[in-house]
Design a protein around this ligand. Sequence first.
Ligand code: HEM
Length: 491
Amino acid sequence: MHFLLQHYWAIPIAILASIVVYQRFFHPLASVPGPFLASLTNFWIVHISQRGDMIAVFRALHAKHGPVVRVAPNEVSVADLAAFRNIYSVSSKFRKSDWYSVWQGHRKFDIFAGRDIKVHAQQRRLTARAFSLESLKELEPYIDNMIETFCRKMKGMAGEKVDMAYWLQLFAFDTIGEITWSKSFGYMEDGSDHGTFNNIHNIVISGTWLGYVPWLYWTHDGLMPYTGNWLGINGRHSGLRDFALKETQLRKDKPVEKQDMIGRFFDTSAKNSDAFSYNDVVSMGTTLINAGADTTAISTRSVIYHVLRNPEIKRKLVAEIDEMRSKGELSNPVTWEEANKMKYLQACIEEGIRVHPAVGLSLPRVVPQGGIDIAGHYIPEGKVVGTNAWVIHQNTEVFGEDADKFNPDRWLDEEKVGDMHRYSFAFGGGSRSCLGKNISWLEMSKLIPTMFLNYDIELWEGQPWEEECLFFVYVHNFFCKLTPRKDPAEL
Ligand code: HEM
């Protein structure tokens, strides 16, 4: 005792040393390679996620350590192909990790962030039909409205420096408003999002890092009545939700000609009011804004940007568009049916979302009972595993030696396309894969060829863009110049 009192400074050092020894030598993940600090504390990954360069760090870690890397005391990043298919299968028992709890907050019905496998399966059954391929036909006229507004706005800016990243975001948000509540947000008309993007950016910044220390979020949640709100993520549970509530309220009393997403949810709710209440319909509205707008904007940007940076690819895409139009086989705006016949366009979209997936983090899942063997490492039950699309999409075994290049032609190789789809992860995977994939594909398939049909598009002074990797991978500095083209059908 006397010794301890005299050398009190040794106590924290001894505690720290035992933590280091335990985490490095005795912890069940001790054999998994990775950064030293990551094996000791979650604050390493918090720091990386806040810095906005998670993609570069994770790619470098896998290049150095191989297919399994310890990225937090209890979490590993997985690039092993067999394990990936197991974790993200349709019947997967790997539930979403507590990273998602900060996104769910107290919401009962959260199709994106809910972590209970059974509850999620029931919620997915209730909502999936609204997103089905057959419902796309009804949504197409809504999207035509938005494309017409977008092209009209572009016409007004012909020859000028257009902030394409921003305009595609305005388009994607207005489209979500239009297909969900039969009412665009009017952002394109105003040329402004009136602060919404900044609010959502703050939600994403906050949710990205807090997810790695959920105890901090829940402690703050308990103290909030006394301390007030200090966390941006709460905007998802308050401001954004209030917005969806107001729109849903307005829509409820307004008859519409075409069936929109909220209309479909109301129909399901009328038949299952216990399992899918009015409140749950509002939650779906919030989710659609959160999950469906930025993701589509980011993916559309990627396709257009990479096409513009590769003159030969741009030439081939425009040639496909012009050939169909001059034969009278292409409408303006381009229809879904026509777009599906355009093989090169579809290949450009596949490649755009492969090289720049909208989500920049691993999608973390909890290892179920029995554990899992990954590339020679045993990961026990309760630990977290996750794959990052930005890592797996660079796998040369699947995507070829030029996996780091934008090359739409790879999607035209019929022998390889099945395997590439199997490991495409931009829309997530298995039972938790994206519900809105068809909708976003519809938007991209129509907007992109319509833009190249009507305009010659160039990068403004050819400057490269900058990436900011949070949960979403935002881009900055994507400017274009648009020159109206003569319609090829009239040439
Ligand atoms: C190109 C555009 C899109 C991309 C890249 C994308 C990507 C993703 C990803 C990666 C996930 C899985 C997230 C996870 O496992 O944590 C997801 C889930 C989801 N997405 Fe999308 N998304 C897109 C568009 C949309 C659209 C337009 C909507 C709705 C209109 C939507 C609604 C959803 C929903 C509801 C989920 C949760 C599904 C579930 O867990 O059952 N997404 N999306």
